[in-house]
Write a protein that binds this ligand. Structure first.
Ligand code: URA
Length: 222
């Protein structure tokens, strides 16, 4: 773990410190509140400049399931909570159909700031790059270490590749329960936003079913 950091305090006008990795921001003996507060001041990658705020993970610290998305979207960035926008609604519905209570899960993202580019008045999601994912990774590691979940569910390729390696293919291996030597399983499945992007109702329905089927597999672990 890195040096002790509570929410970093800056003097007026002082330059924000930069760091290669969020590791330097991780507090010692972290509790959820210490982590969340410290993450609010994270400047480990340039995304803190474009995001409105850090969107840290949320949910009970005793959750057995951690759900990991890619990065907050437009609504999440404004509201400061993960998966509260359209993708969150898809996630909520699939969890409900799979018999899993969202309120009993911890929900977070591989990258904790919104990366976007302007398109007229809209902010269009941009996929975070490998450096941004790597810089943010210590937060996810700290969340996993604190919660000691039974299973970490990667929603989409960014989260899956962060935890399972750059060559991991969600299309080929979604729904597999992969045992780790850290005492928990990892499962990758589709990202709820990918379901929303499907070209027609039939494809959307098929992806939703696949997503829900994958989530049902978690029930045997909890
Ligand atoms: N997409 C994500 O990956 N995470 C969110 O929190 C919202 C949308």
């Amino acid at each position: 773990m890195g040096q002790v950091v509570d929410a970093p305090v800056r003097k007026r006008g002082a330059k924000k410190p930069s760091a290669e990795s969020a590791a330097v921001f991780i507090p010692e003996n972290p509790t959820y509140e210490k982590l969340r507060k410290a993450a609010l001041g994270c400047t480990a990658c340039p995304l803190w400049k474009s995001g409105t705020q850090t969107v840290f993970g949320e949910g009970p610290v005793k959750a057995k399931i951690i759900l990991v998305g890619e990065q907050p979207g437009d609504e999440e960035d404004l509201e400061g909570h993960p998966f509260v926008g359209p993708a969150g609604k898809v996630l909520d519905k699939a969890l409900e159909e799979a018999g899993i209570v969202r309120g009993e899960c911890y929900v977070t993202n591989a990258v904790k700031h919104f990366k976007w580019e302007p398109s007229g008045k809209r902010r269009i999601h941009k996929t975070p790059n490998a450096r941004e994912v790597a810089a943010c990774r210590p937060w996810l590691d700290a969340e996993i270490a604190l919660l000691k979940p039974k299973v970490v569910v990667c929603l989409g390729a960014t989260a899956a590749q962060a935890l399972l390696g750059r060559n991991f293919k969600v299309t080929e291996r979604h729904g597999e329960l992969i045992e780790t030597n850290s005492g928990f399983h990892v499962m990758a499945t589709v990202h709820p936003s990918a379901i929303l992007r499907m070209p027609d109702d039939e494809a959307r329905h098929r992806e939703r079913e696949r997503f829900t089927e994958d989530l049902r597999k978690l029930k045997k672990l909890i």
